[in-house]
Write a protein that binds this ligand. Structure first.
Ligand code: TEU
Length: 589
């Protein structure tokens, strides 16, 4: 199907890429996604919409239509059944090695009993490789060497064998969209334009208008060769040229080297950005202003993405039956099906970020997260996700502030919120990924000044904000969204006496005992009730009813004559009404 100004919105929305772009645009602008389902709206032609909405300019729409016509993949046929797999049954735990336990691999090994007692089944380690730490290890200098401050390869081998001895799987972070500018490949690449490593990266005589996720142009200039090199992230993270088959081969060989050592799989860092639009065309400035980064429409879902993912899976993962979860900023529900449906043989799961901010908000905005949006998001994903796709269930990671602090600026109910979120994370349909400290009810840090901020993204944004704001105003913005909140050392003192920790242990134990939470059916009830999220999980043997109060007020509990027995609550005992952020799990008789 070719898309143009005569196309109807419903046809564009039926296209996976069109669906996700419209969903993302509505999300960024805070316009309700229910408009797109309105019979009048969905039958509108694009040209009529442009006439009606003066604010949308034709160039913006043309860029969108061009993108659709270049990526004209239609929806994938869903699988008829849900296939079982260890990574669908597992509860994952993300370790940020730099601050987990003394910043060493030995420190992680020391905590394996704690993690086993928590009940998790698999660990994801953020980068452990040799790095100058410009982006805390996401700027890799040597893929096959351990970061000196973290220990040695012997320490890693010990950690891996001790994890396996306890029945824990271990996956590592694969950062192959870019390397550090101190990587030996890049050091060769900038020597001259003729050596083979030069084409491992993206060099051009002229730069385009793309900007970096970490502010400023996405290009460094190298005078000795009079060329620019691309970096979508920090100035020291140089994008690899995945269009070069020799580079792909190098990456595949490195992956196999780690698989030979026995790792169980990978989390693939910003993996959807590895394929850039041919010719590297300028980004649409209006789209750039809206989403915050210019050019993203030309690389968040590039022309060869599927081809490259299929090759890596076929040549590296499949021979070892390795697991892979892709981190895919900008990818929504429909595109995720094209990346993870088992028929596609690309990724097993992805991390989509569409739920991490509520409509009209960005990470650095000062607002309180309304959990009613999370309810709507998960009902949509679960009811429309398909049997051939597995949702990742996460609220936190090393790139985002602590979720309880996003929900409520005051700490009155933060422990109840931590437990409410845990109840949803461990009873909804999908694979839970717990981020270090979440099980302890960690909240945002009270940083005092920009001196406390270490993250390159936050520091760069602060310096850019100083062009238009006072230092205090700029710091207040950073305080809302800095990734530093999630990167603080964990306080292990009395960790297991923590009420949030205890709740996580009980929840994970319940999930293990009752497979209904892994493969069972999901049915949301009271869908239209504000601040109330209630749903059933059921299979032929068991049925559970979960009720959640999504706000800081007491709300009525819906009447029911159903015979239920309370299994778990984040309050001491049940009351007539639902108290602030109350979460209860019942077994239905
Ligand atoms: O993050 C990629 C990504 O999702 C970014 O959009 C991220 O959210 C970041 O905050 C920019 O706004 C991955 C890693 O998780 C992140 O820690 C790294 O900084 C980044 O890639 C570059 O490797």
């Amino acid at each position: 199907m070719k898309y143009d100004f005569n196309s109807r919105l419903k046809d564009i929305y039926a296209n996976p890429l069109g669906h996700d772009i419209i969903f993302r645009l509505l999300l960024q602008t805070g316009i309700s996604s229910s408009y797109i389902n309105n019979p009048f709206v969905k039958n509108l032609k694009v040209k009529t919409l442009v006439l009606l909405l003066k604010s949308i300019d034709k160039e913006f729409i043309q860029a969108f239509l061009d993108l659709l016509n270049r990526n004209n993949e239609q929806s994938v046929k869903d699988s008829s059944t849900v296939k079982k797999a260890w990574w669908k049954e597992a509860v994952f735990y993300q370790v940020y090695p730099l601050t987990f336990n003394g910043g060493t691999l030995k420190g992680i090994t020391e905590k394996l009993d704690y993690l086993q007692n928590l009940g998790v089944d698999a660990l994801w380690l953020s980068p452990i490789y040799d790095s100058p730490n410009d982006d805390n290890g996401y700027d890799i200098r040597d893929y096959q060497k351990i970061m000196k401050s973290m220990g040695t390869m012997k320490d890693f081998d010990k950690l891996l064998s001790e994890a396996h001895r306890r029945g824990l799987k271990l996956i590592i972070d694969l950062v192959v969209n870019h390397t550090s500018d101190e990587h030996k490949w890049f050091k060769q690449a900038i020597k001259n334009k003729t050596n083979k490593y030069h084409d491992y990266y993206i060099f051009r005589d002229k730069k385009n208008n793309w900007t970096s996720f970490f502010r400023g142009p996405a290009w460094n200039y190298y005078e000795n060769i009079n060329q620019y090199a691309m970096h979508l992230y920090s100035k020291k993270q140089m994008d690899l040229n995945w269009d070069n088959p020799d580079l792909r081969k190098e990456v595949i060989n490195m992956i196999k080297w780690w698989l030979e050592k026995g790792v169980d799989g990978f989390r693939m860092d910003t993996i959807n950005t590895i394929s850039k639009m041919d010719g590297l065309p300028d980004g649409n400035e209006k789209i750039g202003n809206l989403i915050g980064f210019t050019g993203m429409e030309h690389y968040f879902y590039g022309p060869h993405l599927h081809e490259y993912l299929k090759q890596v899976r076929k040549e590296a993962f499949e021979p070892y039956k390795a697991f892979c979860v892709g981190e895919t900023p900008g990818i929504g529900l429909e595109l995720s099906k094209l990346l993870t449906n088992e028929s596609r043989k690309e990724l097993d799961m992805i991390f989509s970020f569409d739920h991490l901010e509520t409509p009209g908000h960005k990470r650095y905005d000062n607002y309180e997260y309304d959990l009613n949006f999370l309810k709507k998001y998960y009902i949509d994903c679960i009811e429309n996700g398909g049997k051939g796709n597995r949702l990742t269930l996460f609220f936190e990671n090393h790139d985002n502030p602590r979720m309880p602090s996003k929900v409520s600026k005051d700490c009155t109910y933060s422990r109840y919120i931590s437990k409410l979120l845990a109840a949803m994370q461990l009873t909804l349909v999908g694979t839970p990924f717990i981020y270090q400290g979440q099980e302890l009810g960690e909240t945002n840090k009270k940083f005092k000044s920009i001196k406390d901020i270490k993250d390159v993204e936050g520091i760069n944004l602060y310096n850019e904000l100083l062009k238009t704001k006072t230092p205090k105003e700029a710091f207040d913005v950073i305080l809302c969204g800095t990734r530093d909140h999630a990167r603080q050392p964990i306080n292990w003192k009395d960790a297991e006496k923590n009420e949030v920790h205890e709740f996580f242990v009980k929840l994970i134990r319940l999930r293990k005992k009752s497979r209904v939470f892994v493969y069972g059916d999901f049915r949301a009830v009271h869908k239209k009730s504000k601040n109330l999220f209630t749903y059933y999980r059921s299979n032929e043997n068991e049925k559970f009813y979960i009720e959640c109060n999504l706000c800081n007020k007491i709300i009525s509990r819906p009447n029911s004559h159903e015979k239920r027995s309370l299994i778990l609550s984040n309050y001491e005992q049940i009351d007539k009404q639902l108290r602030p952020y109350e979460a209860n799990i019942y077994k239905v008789q």
